[in-house]
Design a protein around this ligand. Structure first.
Ligand code: NAD
Length: 363
């Protein structure tokens, strides 16, 4: 089992990655002396396919254990679902000694983490990441929260877990669509990290699609280490952490405008294409590099299909995004691999053209 330390000042924690790591979950909890009454928020789809594992885990505890099954979806990452979690916590008389354990993807991690952050002003929390997207990205960094009406992640808290556990065996039950979603975030890291990782990913994408165990673990480790370093330097997203939003300003708006017919990770791929186009359009990214870079997200082109879209509406949603201040949208754009600019303001016309151009690849 590989261990990566996330070194956030005063809140450092490990991420465990490997095959069958879930079998060690109870030992890890005991060894860290965070053995408490357990409140599990488990994605219902995960429960359906990994029920035996979850039950084996809970049977090892003598304290109070409650499993809250959650139907994870973007529209259900909302107040109603959060209230149901609070309702179970309160009705079942959980108190300050509760350990909340999220078992699921990014949606389950975000909502359960927010419940843990706010229940009794904060109880301890662990994430077991069961999607590729959660394994490479969302489980680390402490962003928790829910959507409100049409705005993504507008209510939330930064709240770090005690530890994160990734069992690559759990990923094997993922539908292909969800693997594609995870790859969307991995492609983002390929642009953020370095040329070596970029080329490795470009040349070996089919291995990741097949979830080749050794290759997948390596990819997860690279992404998590990179994100960990960024978050350790800028936990509250005052500066550096913004680079992790590459492609996301477009992606969040596209998800909403497309009525969630595409998922977050797929929207990230489309958003990255729009961001590359915008970087080129304003002269930040050289034409030749653009031609080379765009090939990577476009390897996923046949796996993502958009419906007819309205670029003006996407622009309006972006303006409303929480990253926009005074109605000015701030973009994260790319100069070359490993070299991004944050807080870039761009004329509306050029943004609209990049939305049009970027999304057209996926129609
Ligand atoms: N907190 C952060 O830093 C951060 C970062 C990136 C994304 N996010 C959020 O993450 C969310 C997307 O996460 P996601 O892509 O993991 O989606 P998700 O949590 O909805 O999971 C995707 C689907 O896979 C199913 N599933 C999960 N694990 C499975 C398994 N092992 N086997 C079979 N099915 C399984 C789920 O039921 C769901 O239908 C978005 O809401 C996004 O905003 C958060």
């Amino acid at each position: 089992m590989k261990k990566i330390e996330i070194k956030i000042p005063g809140k450092d924690y490990p991420v465990y990655i490997g095959v069958n790591t879930f079998d060690s979950l109870d030992k890890l909890i005991r060894s860290k002396k965070i053995f408490r009454n357990l409140f599990l928020v488990v994605d219902r789809n995960v429960m359906n396919v990994h029920r035996e594992d979850v039950n084996r885990f809970t049977s090892n505890f003598s304290g109070k254990v409650f499993i809250h099954e959650y139907d994870a979806s973007e529209p259900a990452k909302n107040f109603v679902s959060l209230l149901r979690i609070f309702d179970d916590l309160i009705v079942k008389e959980f108190s300050r000694d509760t350990l909340v354990i999220a078992i699921g993807g990014g949606i389950t991690g975000d909502i359960a983490g927010f419940a843990a952050a706010t229940f009794m002003r904060g109880v301890k929390f662990i994430q077991v990441a069961t999607t590729l997207l959660a394994a490479v990205d969302s489980s680390v960094g402490g962003k928790t929260g829910i959507n409100f009406n049409d705005t993504k992640n507008i209510i939330g808290a930064i709240y770090q877990p005690e530890f994160v556990l990734i069992d690559t065996e759990f990923l094997k039950t993922l539908p292909e669509e969800e693997i594609i979603c995870g790859i969307g975030e991995v492609v983002k890291y390929a642009f953020l990290t370095d040329q070596k990782f970029f080329i490795t990913l470009k040349n070996n994408l089919p291995k990741l699609l097949k979830l080749d165990s050794a290759f997948t673990s390596k990819i997860i480790e690279t992404c998590i280490s990179f994100k960990g370093d960024v978050v350790a330097e800028d936990e509250k997203e005052d500066g550096l952490r913004k680079i992790l939003n590459l492609g996301h300003t477009f992606a969040h708006a596209i998800e909403i405008e497309q009525n969630h017919i595409i998922k977050h990770g797929q929207a990230v791929t489309v958003g990255l294409v729009c961001a590359l186009d915008l970087s080129r359009r304003i002269g930040l990214l050289d034409e030749k590099l653009f031609g080379e870079y765009i090939k990577l997200p476009l390897l996923l082109k046949d796996k993502i299909t958009l419906k007819v879209f309205d670029s003006a509406r996407i622009y309006e949603i972006m303006k409303r995004d929480k990253k926009g201040r005074n109605h000015k949208i701030k973009f994260v754009l790319l100069q070359d691999v490993g070299n991004v600019l944050i807080d870039v303001e761009v004329d509306q016309d050029e943004v609209m053209q990049s939305i049009q151009q970027g999304m057209n690849y996926f129609i």
